[in-house]
Design a protein around this ligand. Structure first.
Ligand SMILES: [Zn+2]
Length: 239
């Protein structure tokens, strides 16, 4: 997609859905302050969403889902990689459309549940509503969604409660804002962030065998371990 097309789709709010593997789809980010949204669809049609975008795009996401044969009525679960607004904002909108179970880490849940605007939305003076987190995850918990069995890896550093989700047999990793592609990684200078913790977290991720890396920003890539190791070598120079 060229720059003009990208800006055009951002202005019109058009979203698309791309299949990444059986039962796993991406709704790519299309604007600044947006994030990648992942759908995991089970054989029974139930949908789990990983991150929810910023709320401004929720209608476009629902339109794209409808166009591709998915219904918001089948939304079963939203799992948060962390509580920043570009990931959690959609939760408020989707909650007005359909009931679902909201899942987040034990560490991040208090910020989401209290609607802590300074944490959730550091760049815009928005008021965030308190919202209940139904399931609170810790290191090593396993979340079965669709055909994926996702193990929780606590990865503090971007925020203190950030998590990644890893399926060992399929070698797939949802990495939120902890690590992106091409050696890039999340900011560590926002509330609860830590360069030292982020470095340690990326080191842990570099020890996993990752083929498909699905980050919160930028495009998913194959040979994910190579990208994570690149990020480790770069962040290690920042310490
Ligand atoms: Zn973030």
């Amino acid at each position: 997609m060229g720059v003009i097309d990208f800006l055009g789709s951002a202005a019109s709010g058009t979203k698309s859905i791309q299949k990444l593997m059986d039962g796993v789809y991406i709704i790519p980010e299309t604007m600044i302050g947006d994030c990648n949204v992942y759908l995991i669809v089970g054989d029974d049609g139930r949908i789990s969403m990983i991150d929810s975008s910023n709320g401004f795009t929720s209608k476009s996401i629902v339109d794209a889902m409808n166009k591709n044969g998915f219904s918001i009525d089948n939304l079963d679960t939203i799992i948060m990689t962390h509580g920043h607004f570009d990931h959690v904002g959609g939760v408020y909108k989707f909650a007005d459309m359909h009931d679902f179970s909201l899942v987040a880490s034990q560490g991040e849940a208090p910020f989401i549940e209290s609607g802590n605007s300074g944490f959730i939305c550091p760049f815009m003076p928005l008021k965030c509503k308190p919202i209940n987190v139904d399931v609170k995850l810790r290191e090593g918990d396993v979340v079965d969604v669709g055909n994926l069995s996702l193990r929780v890896v606590e990865t503090p550093g971007h925020t203190s409660g950030s998590i990644c989700l890893y399926d060992r047999s399929l070698k797939v990793l949802f990495s939120g804002d902890t690590v992106f592609t091409e050696g890039s990684f999340g900011r560590y200078d926002l509330q609860t962030g830590s360069l030292e913790q982020l470095t340690n977290s990326i080191k842990r991720l570099s020890e996993l065998d990752v083929d498909l890396l699905m980050p919160g920003h930028m495009s998913p890539v194959r040979d994910g371990s190579k990208h994570i190791r690149a990020a480790l070598s770069i962040i290690s120079t920042c310490i």
